[in-house]
Write a protein that binds this ligand. Structure first.
Ligand code: PAF
Length: 286
């Protein structure tokens, strides 16, 4: 595996592969690689001739007082993991490389997709994601780029961005990878104290409750949201940020629970913010 740190090097190497007719799969990450990232790398490996992974803790997607300074960084460990997964190229740029002095471009994707769910409590977070993903997709110019369903809102925003800017890349969404007790794998799980870690699976239990409620025929969003809230409130350490039920294609509110129904949750456990979601297909008229 080759590691490069500059935009020029990543571009040159990938262009060479493209000239030789190779397909490129790309997994953008902020490092602290875990099984969720590994499943994205493996999906890229299966579908493409060459796999590129980026590691960049993107300051623009952290809002003031978030964990940018403390975000886990261990490039040696991440390099070992990426090499073991047969990644061909690791791109690990510095902040100055991605945002040199004078950088002054913002990318604002659909308000419908960004001004809801996590966008309400994290202003400018998604424009920070959009600008870095746009830059990375332009530089790496992959045939396919891989994202996890845990960050479902992010996947819709990236799909919109790639479509609108003709980035010429398929956005692939892979299922959330979970711990045995259901907790979604996340680089931030390491912040949880033992007690918080024991409480954390309530999030997935509440989402499974939502799925069960839909399957037995509940069609009223307000009752569903109340049931999920109630389950989460049964765990005293949990502070609920939101429980939302949306159309999974558009993130619009639903009056009746039919179609692709997204149930999404954000909570705080002590200092740690956790998000998770589940999508259930409800046939209309059922
Ligand atoms: O999902 C992430 O880890 C980040 O938001 C991403 C897509 C790598 C952009 O910084």
């Amino acid at each position: 595996m080759k590691t490069v740190n500059t935009a020029k090097e990543v571009r040159t190497r990938v262009e060479r592969w493209r000239c030789h007719g190779r397909t490129i799969g790309f997994v953008p990450t902020m490092g602290a690689l875990h099984e969720g990232h590994i499943s994205l790398i493996q999906a890229a490996r299966r579908a493409c001739d060459r796999v590129v992974v980026s590691i960049f803790v993107n300051p623009k997607q952290f809002i003031p007082n978030e964990d940018f300074g403390n975000y886990p960084r261990d490039i040696k460990r991440d390099s070992r993991i990426a090499a073991a997964e047969k990644v061909d190229l690791l791109f690990a740029p510095s902040v100055d490389e991605m945002y040199p002095e004078g950088f002054d471009t913002r990318v604002r994707v659909s308000d419908r997709l960004t001004e809801t769910l996590c966008g309400l409590s994290r202003p400018n977070h998604f424009s920070g994601v959009a600008v870095i993903v746009a830059k990375l997709l332009i530089l790496v110019h992959p045939h396919k780029a891989y994202f996890g369903q845990k960050d479902f809102q992010q996947t819709l925003i990236v799909q919109q961005l790639a479509r609108d800017l003709n980035l010429d890349c398929e956005i692939e969404v892979q299922p959330t990878v979970r711990e045995a007790d259901g907790l979604a794998k996340s680089s931030r799980n390491g912040y949880l104290s033992e007690e918080e870690r024991r409480a954390a699976p309530i999030v997935y239990q509440a989402l499974k409750l939502a799925e069960g409620i839909l399957q037995v025929g509940e069609r009223n969003p307000r009752d569903m949201i109340e049931a999920v809230n109630k389950r989460l409130r049964s765990e005293s350490l949990i502070e609920i940020e939101y429980v939302a039920v949306k159309n999974a294609n558009t993130l619009e509110d639903l009056n009746v629970l039919t179609g692709r129904v997204l149930t999404a949750v954000a909570v705080r456990l002590g200092r740690t913010r956790l998000i998770d979601n589940i999508i259930v297909e409800v046939p209309s008229g059922s």
